[in-house]
Design a protein. Structure first.
Ligand code: VGL
Ligand code: ZN
Length: 197
């Protein structure tokens, strides 16, 4: 059983969004086309409360893209994005969300960011996605979406470490590429046994 995992194809990561990823809009049609070829389709949705600890605006004297030491490790501080219930948090209007078996939300814990669809950034708190996939008999995962060097990367590495056979279709991803994060992400994914194609 092979699932398509569509990471964070939301308005705030697309053209005009609060944390727009260059070319984000251009992958949506291709993702829709892919959906029909899998046994299951899962969408993730970045879903932060206002005032989330990953927002630069939540910290005095911090600007977007600064780093901050959190109890769980270093964290990039982002512009406010994907706030629960806002248009920015909604899926891209062209994404065929009706075809999803499951939508899994993440990043709702005010104190911990969650790049990965499997674990929050403390690398311990599960989202529940692993149990869903296993109980459905899914062994193989293909990942697409935004952003390749953050949420796709963390999700792919966690999935591989959990024992899933993981492919990232990089044509249907776009990256933020912050201070070499794309090259680092490619190395992390390859090192974890993820197939990039
Ligand atoms: C993401 C930064 C902050 C992502 C989410 O989807 O890659 N990046 N929140
Ligand atoms: Zn986020």
């Amino acid at each position: 059983m092979h699932a398509l995992l569509v990471i964070d194809v939301q308005n705030d990561f697309c053209n005009g969004g609060a944390l727009a990823v260059a070319g984000g809009d251009n992958i949506v049609a291709g993702i829709n086309t892919l959906m029909g070829r899998f046994d299951a389709v899962v969408l993730t949705q970045d879903w932060h409360p206002a005032g989330h600890s990953s927002f630069a605006s939540s910290h005095a004297a911090k600007a977007p893209y600064d780093m901050m030491q959190m109890p769980y490790g270093p964290q990039v501080l982002w512009p406010d994005h994907c706030i629960q219930g806002t248009v920015g948090a909604s899926f891209h209007p062209v994404l065929e969300t009706d075809r999803a078996d499951l939508v899994i939300r993440k990043g709702y814990n005010p104190a911990i960011d969650s790049y990965s669809a499997f674990f929050e950034n403390d690398h311990k708190t599960p989202t529940g996605l692993e149990g869903y996939l296993r109980t459905r008999g899914i062994t193989d995962l293909t990942l697409v979406g935004l952003a390749l060097d953050f949420c796709v990367n963390y999700s792919a590495v966690d999935a591989a470490q959990l024992g899933f056979a993981v492919t990232v279709n990089t044509d249907l991803c776009r990256a933020i590429d912050l201070n070499g994060s794309l090259a680092e992400a490619r190395k992390a994914m390859t090192g974890a046994g993820v197939t990039l194609r």
